[in-house]
Design a protein around this ligand. Structure first.
Ligand SMILES: [Fe+2]
Length: 297
């Protein structure tokens, strides 16, 4: 009887520690760096999606990048213990070491539309910070960014939804297209087969849900892609139950691409874990993340 009691007590203690940690983890910001190198193009006629996991910083890449971004995603501002003040401090710090070319937001301002004012306040704080530093601030729509009634205080970032802008490489003046695809939300899902880009310039595509890649025509695949949406699983379970059971409709994570840097069929992809918490206010083994992304053409 004593043994059973001891086992139960240990189990209860472990569950308590687990729950406590799930509450604490959303407060810990992982400010990291991803170095993306352009990959030699695969056979553009190849339909098969091939995924290779890469380290956040690939060996052998040195020197000044062509472009340098600060990328964050999935604020879900209802419960985002990484406050806008902390995020702005991280932006200032990143910009002070080497100037940033842009701050890019990867979508999902809030989880529920009625909380949008809180989300707009968060984005306005980031926008003011970017203005103060003289950094352009771009953003795209996430699958939760729909049904807002109040647009009176809409965030002051430039929307990349289904549009492109031209940037210039610091190294050799090459023109690079930074483009975005909107997310139509999950109810009336629209997948796009083309990006807004035309011509032969290298393309960096910002799109909330990385599954968008699967739906692009093979000859429309970008050179680089920046995404969020998956929250790194948000709460990790054994055997990847969070994706295999709970999010079976997400294709790329079930093929192995969840967070970090990948080569996906010739495209260099970064998938952020995001900052906030969607629906459940917990994280487990999936720290909130904001990332300096360095692009090497
Ligand atoms: Fe999200």
């Amino acid at each position: 009887m004593d043994k059973i009691y001891t086992v139960l007590m240990v189990l209860a203690a472990l569950i308590l520690i687990y729950i406590l940690w799930c509450f604490i983890e959303p407060f810990i910001l992982d400010m990291d760096r991803a170095v993306l190198k352009r990959s030699p193009a695969d056979d553009p006629s190849a339909d098969k999606i091939i995924i290779r996991k890469l380290p956040m910083v690939t060996d052998g890449i040195s020197g000044q990048p062509d472009l340098r971004f600060f990328f964050f995603s999935d604020t879900h501002a209802e419960w985002c213990p990484v406050t806008s003040k902390r995020l702005c401090n991280a932006i200032r710090k990143a910009h002070s070491s080497t100037p940033l070319d842009a701050v890019i937001f990867g979508g999902d301002i809030v989880t529920y539309p009625h909380n949008i004012r809180r989300g707009y306040k968060y984005m306005s704080d980031v926008s003011n910070c970017c203005k103060e530093l003289g950094i352009p601030f771009y953003g795209i729509t996430g699958n939760h960014d729909h049904g807002f009634d109040d647009n009176s205080s809409a965030p002051e970032f430039f929307s990349l939804d289904n549009t492109e802008i031209a940037l210039t490489s610091h190294k050799d003046g090459t023109t690079v297209k930074l483009a975005g695809l909107t997310d139509s939300g999950r109810k009336n899902r629209i997948w796009y087969s083309r990006t807004p880009c035309k011509g032969s310039d290298p393309v960096i595509l910002a799109v909330h849900d990385p599954d968008a890649f699967i739906h692009l025509d093979a000859d429309a695949r970008p050179d680089f892609m920046l995404s969020g949406h998956l929250h790194g699983g948000q709460m990790k379970f054994p055997f990847r139950i969070e994706f295999c059971v709970l999010r079976r409709s997400d294709k790329l994570p079930n093929m192995g691409a969840v967070q970090g840097v990948y080569n996906i069929s010739g495209t260099s992809v970064f998938i952020s874990r995001g900052l906030g918490c969607g629906i459940l206010p917990f994280r487990f083994l999936s720290l909130p993340e904001a990332t300096v992304v360095e692009i090497h053409l």
